[in-house]
Design a protein around this ligand. Sequence first.
Ligand SMILES: CC(C)(COP(=O)(O)OP(=O)(O)OC[C@H]1O[C@@H](n2cnc3c(N)ncnc32)[C@H](O)[C@@H]1OP(=O)(O)O)[C@@H](O)C(=O)NCCC(=O)NCCS
Length: 181
Amino acid sequence: MSSAPLIKTDRLLLRRWRESDLHPFAELNQDELVMQHFPNPLTHEESNAMVERIEKAFEENGFGLYAVELNANEEFIGFVGLSVPRFEAAFTPCVEIGWRLAHKHWGYGYAPEAAEAVLADGFARVGLKEIVSMTATSNKNSMRVMEKIGMTRKTEDDFLHPSLADNHPLKPHVLYRISGS
Ligand SMILES: CC(C)(COP(=O)(O)OP(=O)(O)OC[C@H]1O[C@@H](n2cnc3c(N)ncnc32)[C@H](O)[C@@H]1OP(=O)(O)O)[C@@H](O)C(=O)NCCC(=O)NCCS
């Protein structure tokens, strides 16, 4: 497989990460609204370590969680892309599509626009047969994005996230799937 390309859409550029992304990424990872469906907001150190892991995964897999910027002004707004979950569940091993955008950029359809392009790359260039997406059952915005890009949920795929404690409110998760045509 060729190495991860730049992905361009009408309004967005999906690219590898730069030093200048670290600060705005750490800011959005500390925003309680952005992180309300995750166990905790991230510290700056945790946020930076996440970017390191993302970049390592790009090198290993030839795909990853792309830094997303607006074509209009080159502003970094968050990430959309593919990752390989590290935990074990009924549906693993698998490749997951995910997204996280700064709050001021919600509601413009940026996540679905980027995700459509990531799915196309995942099926055509990477050669994946299926891509999944998962989130806590409370995360309706993320489930909306999954539906907008044509992913479907079967309730029998719903699962309890194995990395969270039994009584954690975010433990119940949904799984959406889409296959390449
Ligand atoms: C999920 C997320 C990426 C959606 O991105 P987006 O570019 O806003 O997507 P859309 O514009 O298509 O909006 C999706 C839905 O979010 C909701 N939404 C949009 N703007 C919103 C806002 N400002 N406040 C609250 N909800 C909003 C709407 O229900 C919308 O659905 P609709 O278009 O049918 O009305 C974004 O909400 C986000 O970054 N959330 C935090 C991180 C996260 O939870 N990631 C997923 C973890 S699995």
